[in-house]
Design a protein around this ligand. Structure first.
Ligand SMILES: [Zn+2]
Length: 354
């Protein structure tokens, strides 16, 4: 039996020297340590021996087992090390290799302006709504003092879906909806207070050219309450224009006409580009002023049409074209640039507002 242990030791010595890979190592380990390994067979036969022999052979068998374990562990460490080194050599990082830009998305310039305006009004306490793009004739026209056959409807060529449904021509449709809603839900003699900004797409049957598009974006806001005055309107307009352009801009109001406001004004801002030095620039067309939006006090007739009492409830209203603001802010002179999805154009706004 002692011979068998020596034979086994020799066989192990020989086979372990042949190990070149971790797979070889596993094969050798299974051969010498598996259930049916020669060493196990020897250990099983120990019980047939005398106690003295059993102790001696047992000791030798254990020594061999410890030796084999040690050799294999050492070998495994060497092989792991070698494998790791080979991997590192293969995966060598070339720090001089040029980097790749990540294709990061960015908001469209119109959405950037839209979000900026929403933020300003949210901070002023307005409720921000989007509303519906398909609207009834009633809320798009009739409740805003534009009855059937009213000549002012000619100002807005409309996409009719049927005789009573239109693609909304302005975001003001939500003014009618909110006024009606607040009137329906207030008690007698109660004067409601509410400030809402409606933002989204509007549609007109315009021929597309450098400054017109059949679809564009608008924000339309109003505030109602017991003591809303023209002074409040001026303050709201001034706050908006200074936040949108810069703190130095002044506003100028010119009388105008809109069916849903009375009085109505056209709002100009002093030119933020040339500040009217040297008699103006391209943007203000040498006038020093830029036309920017329309506004006014909510027409008494509109209050009545929506169920509110115009004697107690007054309100201010305004409408802003997002494309016009974006064109001015970014110095874009063709409205179509916003709709052509030209990446070279859109990527110029990558860092705006960051
Ligand atoms: Zn100018």
């Amino acid at each position: 039996m002692k011979n068998k242990i020596q034979e086994l030791a020799l066989a192990f010595e020989h086979q372990s020297q042949e190990i070149k890979t971790l797979t070889d190592l596993e094969k050798v380990r299974l051969h010498f340590f598996g259930k049916e390994s020669p060493l196990n067979i020897i250990l099983k036969q120990l019980k047939t021996l005398t106690p003295e022999e059993r102790q001696k052979i047992g000791q030798e068998a254990n020594q061999l087992r410890n030796h084999m374990t040690e050799v294999l562990n050492k070998k495994r460490e060497e092989l792991n090390d070698q494998e790791w080194k080979e991997k590192l050599a293969k995966d060598k990082i070339d720090f001089s290799f040029p980097g790749f830009a990540l294709p990061l998305g960015k908001l469209h310039p119109l959405n950037l302006v839209m979000n900026e305006i929403k933020t300003i009004f949210r901070e002023l306490g307005f409720l921000i709504v989007e509303g519906t793009e398909i609207e009834t004739d009633e809320f798009n026209f009739q409740k805003l003092n534009l009855p059937l056959g009213h000549p002012a409807r000619d100002m807005q060529d409309t996409f009719y879906l049927d005789s009573e449904t239109v693609m909304r021509t302005h975001a003001t449709n939500m003014t009618a909806r909110y006024l009606t809603n607040v009137a329906d839900n207030s008690h007698d003699n109660e004067v409601p207070t509410l400030a809402v900004l409606s933002a989204g797409n509007v549609f007109r049957r315009d021929d597309d050219d450098a400054t017109h598009s059949h679809q564009f974006m608008q924000v339309d806001g109003f505030a109602i309450g017991p003591k809303i005055s023209f002074a409040n309107l001026k303050w709201v307009l001034q706050s908006l224009c200074q936040r949108l352009f810069d703190q130095e801009v002044k506003i100028r109001l010119r009388p105008s006409f809109f069916p849903f406001t009375e009085p109505s004004v056209e709002v100009d801002i002093s030119c933020f580009k040339c500040r009217n030095e040297n008699h103006g620039c391209e943007i203000c067309k040498q006038s020093g002023w830029i036309e920017i939006l329309g506004a006014g006090m909510i027409n008494e007739q509109v209050m009545s049409l929506n169920g509110l009492n115009p004697k107690t409830t007054t309100g201010l209203a305004f409408g802003v074209g997002i494309e016009r603001i974006a064109m001015l802010k970014f110095g874009v002179n063709n409205i179509r640039a916003f709709y052509e999805n030209n990446l070279k154009f859109l990527e110029q706004f990558r860092f705006y507002g960051m």
